[in-house]
Design a binder for this molecule. Structure first.
Ligand code: DOR
Length: 442
């Protein structure tokens, strides 16, 4: 059992009763087991249910990409007991009615839990704020216009005043669009080789700098979503030294792949922010090690092949291949391919790679994938303490498997990890004492 919140790391027996953790005892026979169903988890890690603070479930609005049901099934299969679903649905989650719709669909799924993220502004238009208190009342636990940066500093500043009073954080998509210019890939050699438009490195830190200055001024809690550059990490460290209430997340694709993945995977390696370079990956690893990074988030962004322009571009890319320069028309089409990759079913395997390479200890992984996201979402979760709700993930850290997108429970297959060998995955996901994913049957 690995539970940093209770400072537990060792061999224990754990008893669940009525959806709660009823007992935790040193491995042996202390626990009274009459009538209990026994799960033999030898060789595995028992950890607090994993929590992903950043997913797109596309429901309402885009059932061809994902629904709440398929998204929560994918989450459970990836070891997640809880996911926070972003607001860029259609309609946008900027009203209590949409928040309630999301929670109702999730309740019917009897699977992983959904935590609604409310938009900050109506329609994600960056102008009129949502009714923050009403959104909290309906069940939202975080605010974000993710996908779109809040360009008007005054709008952000006023929003932070309210969210701070309510006790919730705002998650920020950090992009200065005057610098990113709608670029398709990180500006540099790979974008030039393919002939596609570049997304300047500076676009992210430029906006992080502004937003952290606002956060320091207000004392409000801000969360920097999908950090991708070394420069942004430096700014986060500096702002913390000045007292900013700032947390941040990184995605498995940003800490695993560099921009050259686009040569092989094309639109399936295109996301916002884009994959960066080797120096950025090294900086992300260092920040994961030294605690600058609070949590891992998938930014699970399911897209159908049409949105990814695979019909027009698929022929240029594929496993074992490296695309050459694209003709002007193809480069234009590439620029219009939807941003994002699915991540729920590969996140844990990619995070475990950090453990297998001795970059981090298992307890740090649990902190980043359960305890810290629970704190961001103001959830009483992320622990296996007696009395806690029995959200539990059982991980076999040594199970080797190959990423096979056709087997994903997600509706979408847009991943740059197809065919990758990974070591470790979830074998059981338990939510309130109920098994919602059983990988032993797979
Ligand atoms: O790549 C991305 N996809 N980045 C975002 O910020 C939004 C997301 C989406 O909704 O597809």
């Amino acid at each position: 059992m690995i539970d940093p919140a209770s400072a537990l790391d060792g061999q224990y027996d754990l008893l669940v009763r009525d959806g709660e953790i009823a007992a935790v005892e040193r491995a042996g026979t202390q626990i009274n087991l009459h009538d209990a169903t026994i799960v033999d988890a030898s060789g595995c890690w028992i950890v607090p249910g994993l929590i992903d603070p950043h997913v797109h479930l596309r429901d309402p609005g885009f059932p061809e990409k994902e629904t709440i049901l398929t998204g929560l099934r994918a989450a459970a299969a990836g070891g997640f007991a809880t996911v926070a679903a972003m607001a860029n649905t259609s309609p946008v989650n900027d009203s209590p009615a949409i928040t309630r719709y999301m929670l109702e669909r999730a309740g019917e799924a009897h699977c992983a839990r959904l935590v609604p993220v409310s938009a900050v502004t109506q329609g994600l238009r960056g102008i009129e704020p949502v009714d923050f208190a009403a959104m909290v009342e309906a069940g939202a636990r975080l605010f974000s216009d993710d996908g779109i940066p809040i360009d008007d500093a005054a709008v952000l500043s006023r929003a932070l005043d309210v969210t701070m009073r309510l006790g919730y954080a705002v998650a920020l998509h950090e992009e200065d669009r005057a610098l990113s210019c709608g670029g398709a890939l990180n500006a540099g050699a790979v974008a030039e080789h393919l002939g596609v438009s570049g997304y300047a490195h500076s676009a992210e830190p430029q906006r992080v700098r502004r937003d952290l200055a606002i956060a320091i001024g207000s004392g409000a809690a801000v969360h920097v979503a999908h950090v991708s550059t070394a420069a942004s990490l430096e700014l986060i460290r500096a702002a913390r030294r000045r007292g900013a209430q700032v947390t941040c997340e990184v995605t498995p694709h940003h800490f695993t792949l560099d921009e050259s993945a686009a040569l092989t995977w094309g639109p399936n390696a295109k996301m916002n922010p884009p994959l960066r370079n080797r120096d950025d990956i090294d900086a992300l690893h260092a920040a994961i090690r030294d605690g600058t990074v609070d949590m891992i988030a998938t930014d699970h962004a399911p897209h159908d092949p049409k949105s990814k322009r695979m019909e027009q571009l698929g022929a240029f890319f594929g496993p074992g291949r490296q695309a050459g320069h694209l003709e002007h028309d193809a480069a234009e089409i590439f620029a219009h391919a939807a941003n994002g990759v699915v991540g729920l079913e590969t996140s844990l395997g990619l995070a475990l790679d950090l453990v297998h390479r001795s970059l981090i200890e298992p307890a740090r992984l649990v902190e980043m994938m359960s305890r810290n996201p629970a704190a961001l979402l103001r959830l009483e979760a992320g622990t296996l303490a007696v009395g806690a709700t029995a959200d539990i993930t059982v991980i076999d850290p040594n199970l080797e498997w190959t990423v096979a997108p056709e087997k994903f429970l997600s509706k979408s297959r847009n991943t740059p990890f197809a065919g990758m060998r990974l070591k470790g995955r979830a074998v059981l996901t338990i939510v309130a004492g109920e098994i919602v994913f059983d990988g032993r049957k797979a």
